[in-house]
Design a protein around this ligand. Structure first.
Ligand code: PLP
Length: 406
């Protein structure tokens, strides 16, 4: 585990200049494959007798630097990168679970993840019970005999609910299942879920970590804390039919899940990150500590200003004194509450559309840096929208950033 400060790790971790030709900047290893010294060397790499680069679908030196850097900033023992955040979530769950397994998840999730859990995974026999995460006991109440994971977003997108990670983690420990936390909105600079009991942390690197809007990417960081030998995960303790009879836990111990993600997840589902995108994301990660602080300051300034406007019905930002998540934000996000603000104009949906259409600098876009978006409850039937219904606002707009660099 690194003893350096987070900002130092964001700049330097994983890049050993002595083994990368003395390059100051991280090099892009744009190669699909690697030359083996001889057939014995190849056989040793595949059987894990020796560690090394095999094929870029599994591993790559540029991606490895990003992986090591992400593990350092999140406080994990290892990380694996993927072609997108969605690839990370899907591959992570499919590597961990099988037909018949069950997930308990927060109902406040990014819409794509909600769809994966509610529609796509059930087709494969993996079901989810969604719970209101504002009461951590709901996780406990939803546990079934076949539950194999808890899933939540540390700062829900876009409901911006701050989770009581420690309370939920206590329930996951009682249920003996891994607690998986998507930390995309908070980023490792504002919150390290592993410090609060998460076993696995997921990121969409596409958002604040990449920061420039050039590259999709995703990551899974493994805390190395989960006991895969507790009897609920035989795929970790019995010989793997998919990898030469490897007994993951016996051979790899705390790093079992990290290796399973590479050896089975990336090999079989193929969602590898391109080395050029890994390079682009590294450029973003290097400045993340200063950018996310600025995003948070900007968002709080915008939210505070919006609260004072006569035309605005409600403003949702966990850093506001008026937020029902303020005390949890003080505990879990004291350095800032990230860059998303949601609000509802008093005049409703048409007014929200007018704001979205007329606002300058921000674009209606899927990317967070200059984003303004609006949602209609008719169009999206996700828990997020049920929440906005509950708050009697049938539409809202959200901003990611108020001020650009000047
Ligand atoms: N997780 C969260 C919280 C997100 O907001 C998103 C996308 O917006 C994702 C995961 C999916 O990431 P990607 O778009 O990189 O697939």
């Amino acid at each position: 585990m690194s003893t350096l400060k987070l900002a130092t790790n964001a700049l330097h971790a994983g890049h050993d200049v002595t083994t990368n030709g003395g390059t100051r900047a991280v090099p892009i290893y744009q190669t699909t494959s690697y030359v083996f010294n001889n057939s014995e060397h190849a056989a040793n790499l595949f059987s894990l007798k020796e560690l090394g680069f095999i094929y870029t679908r599994l591993n790559n030196p540029t991606n490895q630097i990003l992986q090591d850097r992400l593990a350092a900033v999140e406080g994990g023992i290892g990380a694996v990168v993927f072609a997108s955040g969605t690839a990370a979530i899907a591959t992570g769950l499919l590597t961990l679970l099988k037909a018949g397994d069950h997930i308990v998840a927060s109902s406040s999730l990014y819409g794509g993840t909600y769809n994966l859990l509610s529609v796509t995974l059930p087709r494969l026999g993996i079901t989810t019970t969604f719970v209101d995460a504002s009461n951590p006991d709901n996780f406990d109440a939803a546990v079934q005999e076949n539950t194999r994971a808890f899933f939540a977003e540390s700062l829900g997108n876009p409901k911006l609910d701050v989770l009581d990670l420690e309370a939920i983690s206590a329930h996951s420990k009682k249920a003996e299942v891994p607690f998986i936390v998507d930390n995309t909105v908070a980023t490792p600079v504002l919150l390290n879920p592993i410090k609060h009991g998460a076993d696995i942390v997921i990121h969409s690197l596409t958002k604040y970590i990449g920061g420039q809007g050039t590259s999709l990417g995703g990551a899974i960081v493994d805390a190395g804390t989960f006991n895969w030998a507790n009897g609920k995960f035989p795929e970790f303790t019995e010989p793997s039919a998919g990898y030469h009879g490897l007994k993951y836990y016996e051979t790899l111990g705390a790093a079992s899940f990290t290796f399973k993600l590479i050896l089975e997840g990336l090999r079989d589902y193929g969602g590898a990150l391109s080395p050029t995108n890994a390079f682009n994301i590294i450029q973003g990660l290097e400045t993340l500590p200063v950018r996310i602080k600025q995003h948070s300051e900007n968002a709080l300034a915008l939210a505070t200003w919006l609260e004072q406007q006569e035309e605005v019905a409600w403003v949702n930002y966990p850093g506001l004194e008026s937020s029902k998540f303020k005390s949890l934000a003080d505990k879990y996000l004291p350095k800032g509450q990230s860059g998303i603000v949601t609000f509802g104009p008093k005049k409703g949906f048409e007014a929200a559309k007018a704001i979205a259409d007329k606002t300058k600098i921000f674009f209606i876009s899927e990317y967070w840096r200059y984003k303004i978006a609006y949602y209609s409850s008719c169009k999206y039937n996700t828990p997020t929208i049920k929440y906005s219904r509950a708050s009697k606002c049938w539409c809202y707009a959200r901003f990611s950033e108020i001020v650009c660099w000047n």
